[in-house]
Design a binder for this molecule. Structure first.
Ligand code: SAM
Length: 251
């Protein structure tokens, strides 16, 4: 397996592939003022193995198109939807978030947890706006600075990884500049990172290494994950995911 396949192998067994939580998905639904009894069309972009998709399917009267560019994740999501009895509400779709096969103004809601950074926040919100109906809602989580300044080690790390990281006020300004009306924002609490994401991954390191012959590449991946966890634990006061809720204005 190459490095990318190993990364998929490490993450595909997990409930989620990034920080988040069921309660936080539910909180975003409430903040957005989504009517649970309204039949909605939702796109969940960068859905992974479906943590948010399944929560949305459970809580809402919606048809959800769940998009990811990895077939492995899509297959697992489809199996999970079936075992939870919500497969009728979910259409799994393998596609790139950069070339979505959607129609103009097709969706009431665009949802994206821990994934828009792959296209870049500003490009993502700008490109995806065309798929939202007027009055439609965008709900996206995005890595965010929690303070106005931060230690240089952390700043340097993120400048390398994702230079678009910024404060909530800057992200909200980008939403406004791209023609959205911001209507809500909250930050993901620590347990969304530690209990819901990092701890299950950490527990899977041993089995991941043994099924991959303890290879040098597999060990390097575990090392990189450990480093990421340490960085979070050391600097969690300075960054988290922000959950942004914004409306496409009615024309
Ligand atoms: N939303 C999921 C969650 O919270 O568990 C997954 C988050 S994971 C950090 C990011 C996801 O984006 C992965 O499932 C990855 O395969 C997907 N992804 C990355 N680049 C993509 C692209 N260009 N098009 C579609 N999906 C992509």
């Amino acid at each position: 397996m190459d490095e990318f396949e190993l990364l998929v192998d490490l993450h595909k067994g997990a409930n989620r592939q990034g920080p988040g939580g069921e309660a936080e998905t539910e909180k975003a639904i409430a903040l957005a003022g989504i009517d649970r009894d309204m039949p909605l069309k939702i796109a969940d972009i960068g859905c992974g193995t479906g943590a948010s998709t399944l929560t949305l399917a459970r809580l809402l009267k919606a048809k959800i198109t769940a998009v990811d560019f990895l077939q492995d994740f899509i297959d697992i999501l489809a199996a999970r939807a079936k075992s939870e009895g919500v497969e009728d509400k979910i259409t799994p779709l393998r596609a790139s978030m950069e070339q979505l096969p959607f129609e103009y103004e097709e969706f009431d809601v665009i949802w994206s947890e821990g994934a828009i950074y792959n296209i870049g926040f500003e490009k993502g919100i700008a490109d995806w706006k065309r798929y939202l109906k007027p009055g439609g809602l965008l709900i996206a989580s995005e890595i965010t600075w929690l303070t106005n300044s931060r230690p240089s080690e952390l700043q340097d790390h993120w400048n390398n990884e994702y230079p678009e990281i910024d404060t909530a006020s800057a992200k909200i300004k980008v939403l406004e500049e791209r023609g959205y009306t911001p209507i809500g924002y909250f930050i993901l609490p620590e347990y969304c990172w530690l209990d819901n994401y990092y701890e299950p991954i950490r527990k899977s390191f041993d089995s991941f290494l043994s099924r991959n012959g303890n290879s040098e590449k597999a060990r390097a991946i575990v090392e990189a994950e450990r480093h990421e966890i340490e960085l979070y634990e050391k600097y969690k006061a300075y960054f988290s995911y922000g959950v942004y809720i914004a409306k496409k204005p009615n024309e």
